[in-house]
Design a protein around this ligand. Structure first.
Ligand code: SF4
Ligand code: FES
Length: 409
């Protein structure tokens, strides 16, 4: 066992979600498999959001795990002690077998959450998912009305459809989370988005700031908020959190580029989370494949998921604190934020082993974040839409978007 592993073991326990297997003396006893796992069952998606968290190199439909392979994964995860599964994508309902997969998750005792853009769902399909045991629905919104929201999504009529599906979700008595990804071109709608979530009878609203790697890094100049916007956002959220206590839970974290210290991304690399890609790679986070030079093991290999989690090189490379350079190495916060985000460090510095430049103590912070401020002020607003063609630049006035998104690739 490496020093890094030993470091972390002392700090793990059921309370932070790492647990379960430790008590069972299973192969993953050192790092108990997380309680919740994100399954990206496909990268296909009818939306083209310019901040998509999928890698720039998307997995094609032909490489996706089959129904039987996903069922085997679900059974293995349940056997290992995982309690909760997030079906995500891409758009998970683009898979024809999504009801069958949810049913299998139910059969093996997993709590299932559907993270969806909602635009492919019919009422019958949603009912079938509920009948198959789906436990929770999370719908992404790009704004509070069609003009902004459909433009950001790159799909006409998307917003109206989302509202309709949110209504069906509550009619079926499924709990609903509204996920709103915020950036410079929709932050002016935040107060209305909060009210929209209340009107939709959502339990929770995630006010999620764009994370700048992958597609979002390509679109940073069009998405980066201004300092004035962030100050106003914090004010609106704080006021709403008090006013709506008991009605709507609102999650919000100050975006990296305007915080003093970075977020504890993924709860720390290889500590609390993993993700399985459409083609079956087991990843420490959804953007990990953007880091070149790391090899990720697949569920199609001869290794068990527990073995991959505990022993694979990719998970151990940035686990704990042993890998850290200065200033993290001797920093009092190193076990609070684990040096921030490896994907952001790679995207902005070319080396995932550097301190996340979101940290003001990083020697690269000043240069990189000044550039972001300049970009925000320049108001370059055209999006590069995410798609299998490697991205499509928005037309000058945005009027032709949403026609051809190649989501069936
Ligand atoms: Fe966190 Fe490293 Fe910054 Fe310290 S120097 S606050 S550990 S990112
Ligand atoms: Fe990959 Fe932060 S998104 S570590």
């Amino acid at each position: 066992m490496s020093d890094t592993l030993a470091d972390n073991t002392a700090k793990t326990g059921p309370s932070d979600g790492l647990a379960v297997l430790e008590s069972r003396r299973s192969p993953a006893e050192t790092y108990g498999i997380p309680l919740a796992v994100l399954l990206e069952v496909t990268h296909r998606c009818p939306l083209q959001c310019p901040y998509c968290s999928n890698p720039v190199e998307l997995d094609r439909g032909s490489t996706e795990l089959t129904t039987e392979e996903w069922k085997k994964v679900l059974s293995e995860l349940a056997e290992l002690g995982v309690l909760q599964i997030h079906f995500s994508g891409g758009e998970p309902t683009a898979r024809k077998d999504i009801v069958e997969l949810v049913q299998h998750a139910t059969d093996v005792g997993l709590y299932s959450n559907l993270i969806t853009s909602a635009v492919l769902l019919t009422k019958d399909k949603l009912s079938a998912l509920a009948d198959a045991g789906l436990c929770h629905v999370q719908i992404s919104f790009q704004g509070n009305e069609s003009i902004v929201a459909d433009r950001v999504a790159g799909l006409k009529d998307a917003h109206r459809k989302k509202l309709e599906v949110a209504k069906w979700t509550r009619e079926l008595e499924l709990p609903l989370t509204v996920n709103a990804v915020m950036h410079r071109q929709n932050l002016h709608q935040l107060a209305d988005i909060i009210q929209m979530a209340v009107n939709l009878d959502a339990d929770r609203l995630e006010v999620a700031n764009v994370q700048y790697y992958g597609w979002a890094l390509k679109n940073r100049a069009a998405l980066m908020p201004t300092i004035a916007q962030i100050e106003e956002t914090s004010r609106i959220v704080e006021e709403a959190q008090v006013r709506l206590k008991g009605t709507l839970a609102i999650d919000y974290v100050v975006p990296d580029y305007y915080a003093l210290r970075p977020k504890k991304c993924m709860g720390g690399w290889g500590r609390q989370f993993f993700n399985i890609s459409p083609a079956g790679k087991v990843l420490p986070c959804h953007a990990a494949e953007s880091i070149t030079g790391l090899e990720f093991e697949s569920v199609r290999s001869n290794h068990s998921i527990a073995w991959i989690w505990q022993n694979s090189e990719a998970f151990n490379r940035y686990r704990g604190t042993g890998w850290m350079p200065e200033p993290c190495k001797s920093c009092e916060f190193r076990e609070e934020d684990f040096g921030g985000c490896r994907c952001q460090a790679f995207a902005l510095t070319g080396d995932a082993g550097n301190t996340d430049p979101a940290c003001t103590l990083s020697p690269m912070h000043e240069k990189i974040f000044k550039l972001a401020e300049t970009e925000a002020a320049a108001e370059q607003n055209r999006f590069l839409y995410r798609n299998f063609a490697g991205g499509t630049l928005e037309t000058e006035h945005g009027q032709d978007n949403g026609q051809d998104n190649g989501h069936g690739a």
